[in-house]
Design a protein around this ligand. Structure first.
Ligand SMILES: [Zn+2]
Length: 275
């Protein structure tokens, strides 16, 4: 599943090519993904110029002349989606469901499982769209730091890991990133959030940022391949210290890495390094 770093790498990969370009044609090859793809959406997008591409959580937000009766194209890659820039002449493959055609270049959405989202939001800002308005803070934004994390955890007795994965609190920290960040910070995923002191909150916030940024950097080195090639999208990952390593020795202390179910997800941690 594409996580925040993959979505951010898509955004970074598309930014040099799309802003300033006008959508010449829109092709929908399926009536719906997660939501309906109404034919009038294709007509509405045609002729609009893309001004910039932003991201909130795992949503890509294409600013389509929002200042001039335009709006925002909201794209979510769902479980299996990927975006590629291809030559307009390249024939679509089986799961290529949406094309935005810009002269000689086409932005193509491939989504085998069809859980992706392509929606329109009219207006100058997109913050109040129901899907966006409910999102928590961006972990890569300046507002996310140890002091913020300390404040938000004071009255919460829920274990820290499911709290980190709650997109109403903070967006884009998937299971892998939560596990790896907690390991780096030396914090048990089972620890009630309000019991984590200010200094450890600072360490955790820094670990989350580092983990996400390293993953973006790992993908960032192949940005051109990512947006031009015909596969491999969303497949880069950090080298995991604990995630997926249950039964194996911790690389720091040699203790066996544990796995357990927590809020419906598998949690991996080192019981010695993480307290
Ligand atoms: Zn350990």
């Amino acid at each position: 599943m594409p996580e925040l770093p993959e979505v951010e790498v898509s955004r970074l990969g598309l930014m040099p090519y799309l802003p300033g370009r006008r959508i010449a044609r829109v092709v929908f090859r399926t009536p719906r993904l997660r939501h309906d793809l109404p034919p009038e959406l294709a007509a509405r997008l045609t002729g609009l110029r893309i001004e910039s591409i932003e991201r909130r959580g795992k949503y890509l937000l294409f600013d389509c002349e929002s200042q001039q009766e335009g709006g925002w194209l909201i794209v979510h890659l769902g479980m299996s989606g990927s975006l590629r820039l291809v030559s307009a002449a390249e024939p679509p493959q089986k799961h290529d469901h949406v094309d935005l055609v810009f002269d000689e270049t086409t932005l193509r959405l491939r989504d085998p499982r069809r859980f992706g989202t392509v929606l329109w939001h009219q207006g100058t800002t997109v913050d109040q769209h129901p899907l966006i308005a409910v999102l928590g803070v961006e972990p890569l934004s300046p507002s996310f730091d140890g002091d913020w994390l300390y404040a938000v955890t004071r009255k919460r007795s829920t274990p820290i890991k499911p709290l980190l994965m709650d997109s109403h609190v903070v967006v884009g920290i998937g299971n892998i990133y939560a596990a790896e960040s907690l390991f780096r910070a030396g914090i048990s995923p089972l620890l009630p959030a309000h019991r984590i002191g200010r200094e450890r909150c600072r360490r955790l916030a820094a670990a989350i940022r580092e983990t996400l940024e390293e993953s973006i950097a790992a993908g960032g080195s192949s940005v051109r391949d990512y947006v031009h090639s015909d596969g491999g999208a969303g497949s880069f990952q950090i080298i995991c210290a604990v995630y997926g390593r249950d039964g194996e020795p911790c690389r720091t202390c040699g203790t066996t890495v544990h796995a357990l179910r927590q809020a419906g997800r598998t949690t991996f941690y080192c019981p010695r390094c993480q307290r």
